[in-house]
Design a protein around this ligand. Structure first.
Ligand code: ATP
Ligand code: MG
Ligand code: MG
Ligand code: MG
Length: 561
């Protein structure tokens, strides 16, 4: 590749309105241009990085036996109606109508669509199946920002696993968890796995991979001692604050008039109560007495018992939780699993984001709802509560940092296979709805996260595995035939040796070329200059350290390949 022929529109100055380092540098170094808010064009250097990121993700997924596919981006409404998400998703989904009046959506995720394909599975003998794709997702984000980090159109690697039994799903989930750790390690993204809630996807087990970043939108409580981590942002409520007094005269606590109970609340969200009430906390006389965790959260039980001092912590089915809601006296909270210690603490201290109401038997309730996100104004409160809380695993005070989600893996269970009636023959002759997992990584967000982690005051410093080129060969003088010929020969030999090299053959001063090569973050520079050539050497400069070494001309290619 010849720099003189490439379109790399680097900028002299930092662009205005680009605060995040990745946003500023990807614009400045000529990688991306915004078409309109939330939609970016990737220029040639960015396309090369993207291909390398995709290559690494693909390799690690193929290593665990996943198969690549490519499903449509434009979906009929029908599978989304069957899962209930046509109505529950809301304005984040772009919707359109074709010339016949059929309703369509631009895919924001593909659970329904992969499940539709899975209808051709007939027997347990075909399972597990692991399917993935690299595909454009469309999401009408309320606030696109931060360059590539939050856009309305992006490439997602989304993977879906189908297993016959829980143990199979657990094993698949674990395989992806391990693959994700390897992927982020190879990409140079310092990602931390964090327990998280499931958001709009439904289901139980869920791990987010996050990296600390000022530009992030999640707050993560992290234990510096044992590594325990939980997403604080998800531990939030959008309910109105409640006045301090309890009792029948307490003011209407909910946004929606007429909503008095947790079940009303869940129904108000358009979801069955068991989807919302994941966990139940019972507070009696200011003491936490019972914690019920929905589903298979046995792992958390001891942690929670220790952290909260509750005398009864156990897993429960949604029905049990609902029944318990009706039976218990005192104050109750329905909370998300991830941040239970934080919320239990909130419940005990009677802080805001509490709600009060009566259950169907007229028992007065008080609690915390965490099913939905909270306006960012209250994050500070949550952080304050979470920071200094005892780590539920080891008791060390938690630290809270702002984080950016770079990947997310979920156990979906049979939610989609049931809704779309995907059932296979089981070993005992019966029919079973396979259990699904889903696993996402945003490719362009990963690119931005790499830049966030790898840059300095002169520009981007790509890790070699994802750099657009490994080596830039620079003839320092453009009017010296020997310099030009040597540089051309080194460039050709590097490429012949399989090194991803580019030659900066522009008729520019050496300083201009050096600046662009540093700004664009190419890991190695090989400078051919008149003076050093007279000594029989060329100069090798490492971008990350700025170290320069002289190499005899004949040794340059073997040294770099
Ligand atoms: P966020 O919490 O940042 O909105 P999400 O939880 O909605 O992300 P998922 O549905 O879990 O995202 O999608 C999987 C991955 O897709 C995310 O971990 C992230 O890497 C990427 N991603 C999600 N939304 C965007 C976006 N608007 N722009 C770029 N990448 C995104
Ligand atoms: Mg989102
Ligand atoms: Mg998220
Ligand atoms: Mg997510």
């Amino acid at each position: 590749m010849r720099w003189s022929r490439m379109f790399v529109p680097t900028l002299r100055q930092d662009p205005a309105d680009a605060d995040a380092p990745s946003h500023r540098l990807l614009l400045r170094a000529g990688y991306v241009r915004q078409l309109h808010a939330g939609h970016y064009s990737l220029l040639p250097l960015a396309v090369r990085v993207r291909a390398k990121v995709i290559g690494i993700v693909r390799e690690e997924l193929e290593r665990i036996g996943a198969q690549e596919m490519l499903l449509p981006a434009l979906h009929a409404a029908e599978p989304w109606r069957r899962s209930g998400r046509w109505d529950s998703v809301g304005p984040e989904m772009f919707r359109l109508t074709d010339r016949r009046g059929n309703e369509l959506a631009l895919g924001m995720t593909h659970e329904e669509i992969f499940t539709t394909l899975g209808l051709e599975l007939t027997s347990y003998r075909q399972l597990p199946q692991h399917w993935f794709q690299f595909q454009t997702k469309f999401r009408d984000e309320p606030r696109p920002k931060g360059g590539l980090m939050r856009v309305r159109e992006f490439t997602m690697k989304d993977a879906y696993s189908f297993d016959i039994y829980q143990a199979g799903l657990d094993a698949s989930f674990e395989a992806y968890r391990t693959a994700y750790l390897r992927i982020f390690e190879r990409l140079g993204i310092p990602a931390i796995p964090v327990e998280a809630s499931n958001g709009a996807m439904g289901g139980t087990g869920s791990t987010e991979f996050v990296r600390p970043a000022d530009v992030g939108e999640d707050a993560v409580a992290h234990c510096p001692s044992c590594g325990y981590a939980a997403n604080v942002e998800k531990a939030t409520s959008r309910l109105a604050p409640v006045a301090d007094e309890d009792g029948p005269d307490a003011p209407e606590p909910f946004d929606t008039p007429g909503v008095r109970t947790i079940e009303d609340l869940a129904a108000g969200y358009g979801a069955p109560a068991d989807r919302q009430i994941k966990t139940l906390v019972h507070v009696l006389d200011g003491k936490l007495t019972l914690v019920l965790l929905r589903g298979d959260h046995a792992l958390h039980e001891q942690k929670l018992a220790d952290a909260t001092g509750a005398n009864d912590v156990r897993a429960a089915e949604p029905d049990e939780i609902r029944d318990a809601l009706g039976a218990l006296p005192g104050s109750l909270g329905a909370v998300g699993v991830t941040s239970l210690p934080v919320l239990a603490d909130e419940a005990l201290r009677g802080r805001r984001n509490m709600f009060t109401g009566a259950n169907r038997d007229g028992v007065h309730l008080r609690g915390v709802d965490v099913a939905r996100d909270i306006p960012s104004a209250t994050w500070a409160d949550l952080r304050e509560v979470a920071a200094g809380e005892p780590c539920p695993a080891c008791g060390t005070p938690l630290e809270v940092f702002t984080a950016l989600e770079v990947g997310h893996i979920f156990k979906l269970g049979d939610r989609y296979t049931r809704a779309l009636d995907l059932a296979v023959l089981a070993a005992d002759g019966g029919r079973v709805h396979p259990l699904m997992g889903c696993y996402g990584i945003g490719i362009e967000r990963a690119m931005a996260a790499i830049v966030e982690a790898h840059h300095d005051e002169r520009g981007i410093v790509w890790p070699e595995a994802v750099a657009p080129f490994a080596v830039a060969v620079v003839p320092a003088q453009t009017d010296d035939p020997e310099v030009g010929e040597t540089a051309e020969r080194l460039y050709r030999d590097l490429r012949a040796a399989g090194v991803d090299a580019v030659i900066d053959d522009r008729p520019e001063r050496a300083g201009v070329k050096f600046r662009d090569i540093e700004l664009t973050g190419i890991p190695h520079r090989l400078t051919v200059g008149r003076r050093s050539l007279a000594e029989g050497v060329v100069e090798h400069t490492v971008r990350a350290t700025s170290e320069t070494a002289k190499l005899p001309v004949a040794e340059a290619v073997p040294h770099l390949s």
